[in-house]
Design a protein around this ligand. Structure first.
Ligand code: ZN
Length: 243
């Protein structure tokens, strides 16, 4: 599943079409795609893993789900869910979820929840974590209304960097460690973005898919943790379990 930084890369790639009018539209999406024809794109936005195509009085929301892909100025062999043709090029989306949001897009999103947004608010994340002391930190970090944009790779890397066991309970983790985790979620997301653009993301993974701990030279534990049952990679020697 693409994480927030990958959606930000998509936004940068399609920036060439901002302000342009859609000449042709097609695809097997269930939304009324003809509504988009001859409309001008006011802006492209992102909120976490949501990619937003904003028009004057409505917004097309695209969620890549697990296997969603896109192509800019080229096509895949399969039929796109949504194809947008402009005077100077095209965008194609495949196997994604597409919905329409009516009216002003700002009423649907709190931009301060997005770790890559200029309005990201770490204090708000702290307040949200304070309300869920009994949750495991591995679930809390993946909560898109606290850390919008953070996916499973970022979760693992942040917890490894902060020396925290993924099954630790939010309320039992020392306050300064919580502050560090919140800060790392945003910082690592920007590093992810930087490395991904240079096609060297994997090279920088310290825990994700790793067999042994780089710090301890001991085997990494692989386990589906938390309510969300997402894969965690961790070292029980240096990542402390707070319960
Ligand atoms: Zn270790």
């Amino acid at each position: 599943m693409p994480e927030g930084p990958s959606i930000l890369i998509l936004k940068e790639e399609v920036q060439q079409f901002a302000g342009q009018t859609i000449m042709e539209v097609s695809g097997n999406s269930s939304i009324d795609i003809h509504r988009l024809k001859a409309k001008k794109i006011v802006a492209f936005k992102t909120w976490g893993k949501h990619f937003l195509i904003c028009f004057e009085d409505f917004t097309v929301k695209i969620h890549m789900l697990m296997f969603g892909t896109y192509r800019v100025n080229e096509q895949k062999e399969t039929k796109p869910r949504l194809h947008l043709q402009f005077a100077t090029g095209e965008i194609n989306f495949y196997t994604c979820s597409i919905k329409i949001l009516e009216g002003d897009v700002n009423q649907y999103y709190d931009w301060s929840e997005d770790v890559l947004n200029e309005n990201w608010n770490p204090k708000k994340a702290k307040q949200s974590l304070d309300k869920i002391p009994d949750e495991m930190i591995c679930d809390a970090i993946l909560d898109q209304n606290i850390f919008s944009g953070v996916g499973n790779i970022i979760k693992n890397e942040v917890l490894y960097r902060c020396f925290i066991h993924p099954e630790s309970l939010v309320g039992k983790i020392p306050s300064e460690k919580i502050t560090e985790i919140i800060s790392e979620c945003s910082l690592y997301s920007f590093e992810f973005l930087y490395w991904k653009k240079k096609f060297e993301l994997k090279k920088h993974w310290l825990s994700y898919t790793k067999n042994s701990c780089l710090r301890c030279n001991l085997p990494m534990i692989r386990k589906y943790t938390g309510k969300k049952k997402r894969r965690s990679f961790f070292c029980t020697n240096c990542q402390q379990l707070h319960i």
